[in-house]
Design a protein around this ligand. Sequence first.
Ligand code: ATP
Ligand code: MG
Length: 573
Amino acid sequence: MATTTSAPRTDESRGDKPSSRNFIQQIIDADRAAGKNGGRVHTRFPPEPNGYLHIGHAKSICLNFGLAREYGGKFNLRFDDTNPTKEEQEYVDSIIDDVRWLGGDWEDRLFYASDYFQQLYDWAVQLIKEGKAYVCDLTADEVRAHRGTLSEPGKNSPYRNRSVEENLDLFQRMEKGEFPDGTRTLRAKIDMASPNINMRDPVMYRIKHASHHRSGDRWCIYPSYDYTHGQSDSIEGITHSICTLEFENHRPLYDWFCEALRIHHPQQIEFARLNLTYTVMSKRKLLQLVQEKHVAGWDDPRMLTIRGLRRRGYTPEAIRAFCERIGVAKFNSTVEMAWLEDAIREDLNERAPRVMAVLRPLKVVITNYPEGQVEQLDAANHPQRPEMGSRTVPFTRDLYIEADDFMEDAPKKFFRLAPGREVRLRYAYFITCCEVVKDKSGNITELRCTYDPATRGGNAPDGRKVKGTIHWVAAPHAIAAELRLYDHLFKTEYPDDAPPGKTFLDNINSDSLEIVRNAKLEPSLAVATSGQHFQFERLGYFFTDPDDSKPAKPVFNRTATLRDTWAKEAAKE
Ligand code: ATP
Ligand code: MG
């Protein structure tokens, strides 16, 4: 099982003074000091357009873009689109939109590996002519069988010593479409006995008669990832090619191609991929969740995709702060989901206006308040930020409070409303509960209370104190809304660790979505437009759902719960 990282800042990751620069910054500092690449820094984010981006990709985007910005360098967005059968324009579009939303700026440098297909082909011809590549007629299974294992060397292909002329002829005919899929490959001629399996004559080209999302039917041979990636970096003048640890064993091959071709040679640097508790991060598994309808789509707010996070109400600032805080490491570990949640809380705590909403309404009638009277009470939009101003909330005889804020047989330490007890209604008055009204089955339907007119604004002139302050909404003015409350999509910290015979799907949390259909909101929210953040006092941060929210029927997603004294108070009871 992976180790879980629980201390947010390591010396390695702070990057705020020279001695605490992360290992990638140290490499770049040294390269610049040595005058390598003329001191230039040029990074890229190279997604394969075969799925939507997730929080792990955000980490890579923030890292690559952040380094370019820090050093006054450049950042490219490049689609690594070498596999025609799995890639789609839909993914390209969403990736472009998500990278931009996160703040990644590639200026005019949006590229596609498929734009380099001709150059890659010409370079392959060059390698053939120099005796460094050959056409192999082994099937995929045979290639695998010849490859050997970690402890055994591979066996040379019987086609390894074809003449340059024969190789050129066959490769050109492969390109013309003379051979069926899978019948031949072009392989680099390196070393079948190399201790590194990636160096055992890796495949450079496969035959695939498939239409490509950009090049259409121009090609029926497609270059492999290893033969494409480094050369694309090279063409673009990338200086530091940052990738995740699983490519460490591919680095000798990356270097081999650049050297064999005598082209600009970027430096590949590996860092540990981001893993988070309570989620899966592989695109294949995310796709499975979508296709098998375990979630509503790529943008389901429980998904750790950028789409899902956006819809949930995460901000680019919070995601960037999170990525900054977790730093970069050379060893794989798993970061606690709580860090991500803390990052969004910290951001929204600053910017989200406070409003009042009641999740599970319980009717309260203030018996000594005149029927039909409406008072407009002043309510601050942010207690610590007066510049955010205030609004008025109506106060009336009929109110809603949170059903949870009342207890009939309340223990002593229950500081909210109970028969005979007094509480403060936020921004309003002290009220005392005098009577509990029930239906025939004994369910509480209404509370009858009195208010103290001298406590307007929430303070008693006689100095008397109340222990609890609760939120409320005026019943005649309340707006009905749907609230969607989310929990982790998986019930275990490491959903990938499923017992034998089970899969990550068995770890899905069946209670990860709760829909509250009849919440009551204060009337100022009638003008809430899509894409707005609010703190519903004591309930959490909420975001108007960009797709489903309508003025007549607002829908809010809970972005995060509050990590406030309230939870602690509740725990004490
Ligand atoms: P898969 O999930 O199928 O393994 P991938 O996540 O590697 O695919 P790519 O589109 O190739 O998908 O990723 C683009 C870039 O994002 C790569 O440079 C990759 O290293 C980086 N990346 C992907 N996942 C993570 C992660 N969890 N943490 C950090 N970087 C990541
Ligand atoms: Mg990949």
